[in-house]
Design a protein around this ligand. Sequence first.
Ligand SMILES: O=C[C@H](O)COP(=O)(O)O
Length: 249
Amino acid sequence: MAQRCYVVGNWKMHGMRADLSEARAIDRASLRLPKVEVAIAPPATLIATLRETVTQIGVGAQNCHRSEKGAHTGDISAPMLREAGADFVIVGHSERRADHGETNDDVKAKAEAAQAVDLGVILCVGESEEQRDSGEAEEIVARQLADCLPASAQRLSVAYEPIWAIGTGRVPSVQDVGTMHKWLRAVLMDRYGDEGKEIRILYGGSVKGDNAAELLSVPEVGGALVGGASLTADGFVPIIAAASALDEG
Ligand SMILES: O=C[C@H](O)COP(=O)(O)O
């Protein structure tokens, strides 16, 4: 069965209670666009409230600890996120790798911790500008993915996010996105066999209403992980609408 396109907003360190009105508007719009699976990952402080606020869209977290509990001041575990109302968690975002020194081993452990409590996982990978310029982006990102993959494909999605495209307004060519997604699909099938065919591979990095249709129509692109443009209904709904229109086309 063909899966719905998955469009996920990562609010990063943005969002106060007042911003939930945007999430409500996105939720209402999503009711009119049921062919697309929509979700928002707000900051942890808003997960429980967002869960109670929306009815159509998924609610996720942006990180979890690799352990279930313990002496880890300031951290939040996967079971805690689940209890707060999260459906999924993003792991391995390049901002977490850069800001908190997360390694591929950490990312894999976090993904497995999330799966252990039946949270969906969006596992992020992506190359730096230097790696792209050196002509080795595909090999490097495919290896990064192979090193991060959890033992099971349960509720797993992957997000390809070239670091140089995040928040910059720059996007790779559709050819480059297509080539990368093909490589990532090969890694997933190599690891999980036929199950690897079903894993959605999202594209992330400067997705907006005006480039979403083009990016989402690339073969093997199963959705989008959206930062800045997901913070408002005006920015996010056109992306969801573009995904919905593609499905009809
Ligand atoms: O997780 C989302 C990405 O980092 C993309 O962010 P952006 O849409 O602001 O470029």
